[in-house]
Design a protein around this ligand. Structure first.
Ligand code: GLP
Length: 244
């Protein structure tokens, strides 16, 4: 779906999420959301906060799992995705404290494998992700699944590509401060979501949006693998649609 601006697209997705939450509330059921970080979903979270504050949308029946986190990183570090999610969303809504999960970037390395397997099990125990929100890296990564990640990959520790570290360096004092590793949901984890919505805004995303939507479905562009998912859509603004 193409919208005039990022705000318009974000509002539409927020409405979709709100409708899903209400539908489940009416049936006394939980809803499981997969969430993303980065600059892309900021408007979406702002709109969800607005719906909570101004229209009384409740998140009491919502469970969330975030895609990724740097490793290692302290949860209160400025660049931490744990901190980002609290600041952008969780601190401003009524989601119960035990209902949101963001990968932990503080574990000792020998504990990470067990932890990521547990993260995966937790998602399954919750009944799987109903709706997964994604952003896209300029190299086509989703979460931190860099080019070459396979469709069978699980939640795991990965090495960041140099260009991802470069792209994210603005958040840190310089590139040497950007962690070399990250914990990310795998492509198989993401693919198990019943529904996927990928967001992309701005001309700097136009090229990778085209390669993902119109190019071959290949692990060299992880987002292009989404062509194989039964219920996935891209919600983009006119600038990101420029090359389609
Ligand atoms: C980051 C995140 C991704 C995100 C992407 C795009 O590195 N790990 O989950 O989708 O890169 O970031 P942005 O939304 O700031 O363009």
């Amino acid at each position: 779906d193409i919208y005039p601006t990022a705000k318009d697209g974000s509002r539409a997705v927020a409405q979709e999420i709100a409708a899903l939450i209400k539908e489940r509330q009416a049936a006394n059921k939980q809803v499981v959301l997969g969430l993303a970080t980065g600059s892309t979903p900021k408007y979406l979270y702002a709109e969800l906060v607005r719906l909570h504050k101004e229209e009384g949308l409740s998140f009491k029946n919502v469970l969330t799992f975030n895609l990724d986190e740097y490793y290692p990183i302290e949860p209160d570090a400025l660049q931490s995705y744990n901190r980002f999610m609290k600041e952008q969303l969780f601190n401003h809504i009524d989601i119960p404290a035990g209902n949101y999960f963001v990968p932990d970037g503080t574990l000792p390395k020998e504990k990470v494998k067990e932890y990521t397997a547990e993260y995966e099990r937790r998602i399954e125990a919750a009944g799987g992700i109903d709706l997964q929100i994604l952003g896209i890296g300029t190299n086509g990564h989703i979460g931190f699944n860099e080019p070459g990640s396979t469709l069978t990959s699980h939640t795991r520790l990965v090495t960041l590509d140099h260009n991802t570290r470069q792209a994210n360096a603005f958040e840190f004092s310089n590139i040497s401060q950007v962690p070399r590793l990250a914990i990310t949901m795998g492509l198989s984890t993401i693919f198990k979501a019943k529904r996927i919505v990928l967001l992309a805004w701005g001309t700097h995303k136009a090229k990778i949006v085209r390669r993902s939507v119109e190019g071959h479905s290949s692990d060299q562009v992880p987002a292009s693998l989404l062509q194989q998912h039964p219920d996935c859509k891209f919600v983009i603004d006119e600038q990101a649609a420029e090359e389609l």
